[in-house]
Design a protein around this ligand. Structure first.
Ligand SMILES: *Cc1c(COP(=O)(O)O)cnc(C)c1O
Length: 346
């Protein structure tokens, strides 16, 4: 097969910023050690690009959600450093954990039994302290199937860490009150935002995800967290619009003057959702190029009035300061990262 021609979408990962973010979150975690949530292909930024950097920065524990996410990690880290948050839902999951040596996070009495029947061994235990997603209730920690587990990390997950909510202290208290009868090596409660809630929330290990990749869920992080991902899209055609001509599906934009515009290789299939169209911009050397008409699956059209020198093949920057773009688009910082899609080249 011939090599494909040069791509028209690219994503630059600032590895130095990624490493600096992990180090900042590790430092902000005080006496606790920061792990790294690397589920969903490192929140859309790519395991191959991000995992070696996080490992070399010092991360020693890596969290994924699905069993299907395990194999790509094992090219870079030891199996016992990988924890699978969804846990052993089926005996096949448990057998896979044993075959690979990765750690399941046990989330229910049923999962504890599945894990024991498969042979068991070291695992993590998720306790639900109020989010009502995965996890055993504090009362269920007394069940013989849970008591029999060889628990490495006892964990829970905060529902409202990105807000000043009484829920945070409530969950902290429930986590601290888990019966002392349960034995474990370490405890872990805080995600990125939870780290900012203070030392009481840190325990032995923290589990940042979003902020590794440049997300700022709480203002406390603003000076410490750097942008990591820099998407760019190429102009694939120039057009000159006459007054009265419209652009794109449903003709929602009509030119009222002669305009030079660029058709850009970026669409909602690349995570550039329709809410980022009209009112949004792409940029070039700092110049803002307003978007015209609806975002298509594979294209947007930008007004090049501010940069008339641009030609086909030139690259435009896609704004990706996460807190800023989230505020402007109404999307969450998590959604902006994880919807990037698979058409970006490195
Ligand atoms: C995704 C996830 C994290 C990371 O959360 P961020 O808000 O991205 O820092 C931590 N713990 C659990 C259980 C998770 O599912």
């Amino acid at each position: 097969m011939a090599d494909p021609p040069a791509p028209t979408l690219r994503l630059r990962i600032d590895a130095e910023a990624l490493a600096a973010n992990w180090r900042a979150l590790d430092r902000l975690s005080g006496a606790a050690r920061a792990g790294a949530a690397v589920k969903a292909d490192c929140y859309g930024l790519g395991v191959a690009d991000c995992l070696p950097t996080l490992r070399d920065a010092g991360a020693r524990k890596f969290f994924v959600a699905h069993w299907s996410e395990v194999a790509p990690l094992l090219d870079h880290v030891e199996p016992e450093q990988v924890a699978v948050l969804h846990g052993p839902v089926t005996p096949e999951d448990a057998a896979y954990a044993i075959a690979t040596g990765v750690r399941p996070v046990v989330n229910s009495i049923r999962q504890a039994r599945i894990w024991a029947e498969a042979g068991g061994g070291a695992c993590d235990l998720m306790v639900d302290t109020g989010i009502n997603r995965l996890g055993v209730s504090p009362a269920e920690t007394g069940d013989p199937a849970i008591a029999a587990l060889e628990i490495d990390t006892l964990m829970s997950h905060l529902a409202c860490a990105d807000e000043d909510s009484p829920m945070n202290a409530r969950q902290l208290q429930r986590f601290e009150e888990i019966p002392a009868a349960l034995s474990y090596q370490r405890r872990s409660l805080a995600n990125s935002a939870g780290i900012a809630l203070g030392a009481a929330y840190h325990f032995d290990e923290t589990r940042p995800g979003l902020s590794l990749y440049g997300g700022v869920p709480r203002s406390e992080f603003a000076g410490d967290i750097r942008q990591v991902a820099y998407p760019q899209a190429a102009i694939i055609q120039l057009r000159d619009l006459q007054p009265g001509e419209s652009v794109g599906y449903n003709a929602v934009f009509t030119a009222d003057r002669p305009m030079r515009v660029g058709v850009v290789s970026l669409g909602y299939a690349d995570g550039f959702l329709r809410c980022r169209g009209p009112g949004g911009v792409l940029t070039h050397d700092g110049a803002e190029l307003p978007l015209l008409g609806k975002v298509s699956m594979d294209m947007v059209v930008a007004d090049l009035t501010q940069a008339p020198e641009l030609r086909e093949g030139d690259w435009l920057d896609v704004p990706f300061d996460l807190p800023e773009v989230a505020a402007a688009s109404g999307l969450s910082q998590y959604e902006l990262l994880t919807t990037l899609g698979s058409r970006f080249a490195g």
